[in-house]
Design a protein around this ligand. Structure first.
Ligand code: NI
Length: 137
């Protein structure tokens, strides 16, 4: 486990009060964990901006009955094979499929894959969750 270091932070009373309200809303039980998460959130954002190796997921919903849609989505994914590390397909109901694509690699490729899938006709919803490999955060 990494060594913990204590440090003091000076804040305006108002700001601290708002921060404590935020902690409660977000279910934090102490300030340290909330501060750690805020710092890491920013570091992850920086990894995406600076084109470092990242990990994340693309989640999409589509109607598998639409002609050629499944083939098209598969073709697109084969074109991005290098960054896709896993996919999961869930049959939500008679019409709708939920697909989760785990990616690891360059942010630009992940974003391009998400944008390409999202722009396909009959993909009802797609989001990219920008996360991290867990290194350097
Ligand atoms: Ni399905």
């Amino acid at each position: 486990m990494a060594q913990l270091v204590r440090f003091g932070v000076s804040l305006e009373r108002d700001l601290l009060s708002r921060f404590d309200t935020f902690l409660k809303e977000k279910k934090y039980t102490n300030r340290s964990e909330a501060i750690r998460d805020l710092i890491r959130e920013d570091l992850v954002k920086k990894q995406w901006q600076e084109d470092k190796e990242i990990a994340g997921t693309i989640t999409m919903i589509y109607d598998h009955h639409k002609r050629e849609l499944v083939n098209k989505l598969t073709d697109i994914q084969h074109g991005f094979g290098g960054i896709i590390i896993s996919t999961q397909h869930i049959h939500l109901d008679h019409h709708n499929c939920l697909e989760i694509i785990a990616v690891k690699g360059r942010p630009k490729a992940a974003q391009e894959l998400a944008d390409t899938l999202k722009a396909v006709k009959w993909v009802k919803h797609a989001t990219l969750s920008m996360s991290s490999t867990g290194r350097d955060i």
